[in-house]
Design a protein around this ligand. Sequence first.
Ligand SMILES: [Zn+2]
Length: 522
Amino acid sequence: MVTNKKLKKVIFWFLSILFLNFLHSTTKEITLYTTIQTIINSEKVLELPVYYIKGEQEKYILLKDLSKIFYATLVYYPVGKYVGFNCRGEKIYFFFDKNYFIWSNKRILLNSNVFNIRNRTFVPISILNNPEFVNIVNADVEYRQQEGLLLVNWKDTININYYVTKNEAKIEFKYPYGTQYNYDVEEQKIVLTFFSNKAQAKEFKIEGGLISKIVLYQQNGNVVSEIFLSEELQKVNIIKEENKNKVLLYLKKIQQPEQETFVPQQQIFISTQTLDVSKSENKEKTEGVENKNLTKKTNKLIVIDPGHGGEDPGAVGKYGTKEKDINLKIALLVKQKLLEEGFNVLLTREEDVFIPLVKRTEFANKNNADLFISIHCNAAEKPTGTGYGFEIYFLSEKATDADAVATEKLENEVVRFEKQTEELTKLQKLLWSMIVNEFINESSKLCSLIGKEVTNRTQQNYRGVKQAGFYVLRGAQMPAVLVECGFISNPNEELKLNRYEFQNMIANGIVAGIKRYYENNE
Ligand SMILES: [Zn+2]
């Protein structure tokens, strides 16, 4: 029971608190303190106002101005009292009256609180010296307090890959999510303009190909690429495909009937250039796969299969790392490096999508791949599992040991995500085992080469070459291996697997293993 008197008392206090809150928020006095000259990418100048907020030690800038400097967009969540800062694909969340921001599920501390005062969000100016923030926005930031000068240089955001022969060319531009671009065809060149991006000037000359030159340069805040054709425009068929973060141009020479010959087309040049593989400054240099001869070629096709994807996350670590994401990152690095080595490469998925297990080897078979490499990360069985380290598998009907049985179970579990699981007929099983036997020696050879090359680089606990009955390897009509890059269930290894340097070492090891496999086989 609450008496009338008590109720009145409660209401009185409630109103008092409301009033005090109101007083508090309205008395936050803001005055302009100074302005900072901001130079963005050596050219654009912006006057950045700096504010003094009464009662605060630190000076503040408006989040709105910060978003102008880094071309970010702001999204307000008034109910949750936070604001999203979306910068070229990266999402940061600032919370009002809190001294941190959230990025990629991580809480990153600021020196002072973020304030939202009369619908304007203020962030402490020291954010410009916050290494994590600077890394996320992918820029070099230098704040010279004495001179009142802020120098901001974005790092490269446009990556280009190309493949050119006499009669065709594929050019791929990767850009941050949400990038707007313009596409133009002039007399004998194609011009693409990527707005609000950054790239160093580059020029790629190509001898005897359908295109003769690709240039890339910075024009104001935009990146321009010009692709020069060596044929007249009307003799070239251009197909443009685009995706969330890339555009692919496919150029093919239109063959005149009398010119048609039955001589197989010769691939004359494969190259790939990455302007910015990662934000990481200390990229692994000594471990790098040799990359002297970009023009050397092989006719080998390697299919890389990043395990899991879409609704199937694979193993999930203590810190929330999803196996599917790590698998894809490593696979993309392997692809990049194999292309540089002159191999042809296809991925079963390049995005976060679900692909049934059978479709993966089917894809490799259909494309007549020479090798099939499935990339995974492991998880130890709960609650006793304590595994860590690297292991590599090839297919067999029987698993080598109890751990291999557990891994087999884990990787095969994916089948439950597949809408229709076909029961394997005895005949199919027999056919598969025959196919397996045909490639079993080759697969095991490849396993031990990759295993050694990777663990030499990563210094991981090497659990060795194992065998197990993975569905994803079944049916592969080529040597096929499954790499378990490390244990996501081990928090230490989970953190390592998240690091670019570590992923890069693994990718280098896989590529070196493949190279040695072909050196030994020739
Ligand atoms: Zn897996």
